[in-house]
Design a protein around this ligand. Sequence first.
Ligand SMILES: Cc1cc2nc3c(=O)[nH]c(=O)nc-3n(C[C@H](O)[C@H](O)[C@H](O)COP(=O)(O)OP(=O)(O)OC[C@H]3O[C@@H](n4cnc5c(N)ncnc54)[C@H](O)[C@@H]3O)c2cc1C
Ligand SMILES: NC(=O)c1ccc[n+]([C@@H]2O[C@H](COP(=O)([O-])OP(=O)(O)OC[C@H]3O[C@@H](n4cnc5c(N)ncnc54)[C@H](OP(=O)(O)O)[C@@H]3O)[C@@H](O)[C@H]2O)c1
Length: 247
Amino acid sequence: MAAWNIGKVVEIKQWSNKLFSLYVESDIEPFKAGQFIKIALEIDGEVIGRPYSLVNPPVSRPLEFYCIEVPDGPLTSRLTKLTAGDKILVAPRAHGFMILDEVPPARHLWLMATGTGVGPFLSILATDQPWQHFEQVVLVYAVRTLSELGYQERIAQIAAKHPGQFAFIPFLSREPSDFALPGRIPQAITDGRLEARAGIAISTENSQIMLCGNPQMVKDTNNVLVERGLKKHRRFDHGQITAENYW
Ligand SMILES: Cc1cc2nc3c(=O)[nH]c(=O)nc-3n(C[C@H](O)[C@H](O)[C@H](O)COP(=O)(O)OP(=O)(O)OC[C@H]3O[C@@H](n4cnc5c(N)ncnc54)[C@H](O)[C@@H]3O)c2cc1C
Ligand SMILES: NC(=O)c1ccc[n+]([C@@H]2O[C@H](COP(=O)([O-])OP(=O)(O)OC[C@H]3O[C@@H](n4cnc5c(N)ncnc54)[C@H](OP(=O)(O)O)[C@@H]3O)[C@@H](O)[C@H]2O)c1
């Protein structure tokens, strides 16, 4: 099997000066919502590839990636120069265990992301699985400023489609706002603000929690959840926390 398929960029949506979504046509094997795939560009004769979460649900095309331009990032500084019609390399197969098939049954599903880590959760939320398997689904999405809170319209559509079953809790850490929580996710768990806003409690009995994005957020949030008695979920040692670090 070839290491890379040759894909085509069909659209680019710019959300802010450094956040953008890439829409790509490419044949890939069937995947599960929540998985990631490698995309790559040939740069100065070298193929530079990085994993990216799929934002589109498995049944829809084109492939969709929510990306941030990292200052001097080897791949992202070139991804930002792409335009519709350009060639991009895409691995044939997606990977990853941050999928609902791996998450044990519970009453409440908490999806907690920083930045572009919201991408795989949007894919999951666009499938039937969370709505069929959980009574309540809470999306917690933390960014620095409102201009970096991408995909608000899509999140509003999810809320409209699942009234009473879905709560959206945004965090803006570096800008005051009248609708988002200030500060960071782990602190808001420690001081009770997150659960108060959601209207449900986090517990070992009722909660499954998926964390994605900034590894320090994943670590800090994991630590406060462990203090509350929750533990990492493993296939053969069931717990409540499933996580993916972006770097
Ligand atoms: C499983 C997995 C899935 C990923 N999915 C996505 C995704 O959907 N969207 C996305 O933008 N990135 C995603 N990433 C990160 C991505 O693979 C690249 O690291 C990133 O795009 C930067 O590439 P680069 O070559 O420009 O710089 P790199 O050399 O890869 O990264 C340089 C530094 O940039 C910072 N950084 C990297 N990624 C991010 C990010 N997403 N948000 C904030 N800071 C970051 C870190 O400090 C990192 O050390 C994912 C990573 C993993 C491991
Ligand atoms: N422009 C700059 O000054 C600057 C500086 C550093 C990095 N960068 C670059 O800018 C990009 C940052 O992207 P981003 O804003 O999407 O990602 P980010 O830095 O991960 O921030 C996203 C959200 O995660 C929060 N967060 C950070 N650490 C956390 C922790 N330990 N626990 C809980 N929450 C935490 C942030 O809160 P806080 O706001 O409280 O951190 C913010 O609300 C990266 O590419 C990085 O390389 C820029």
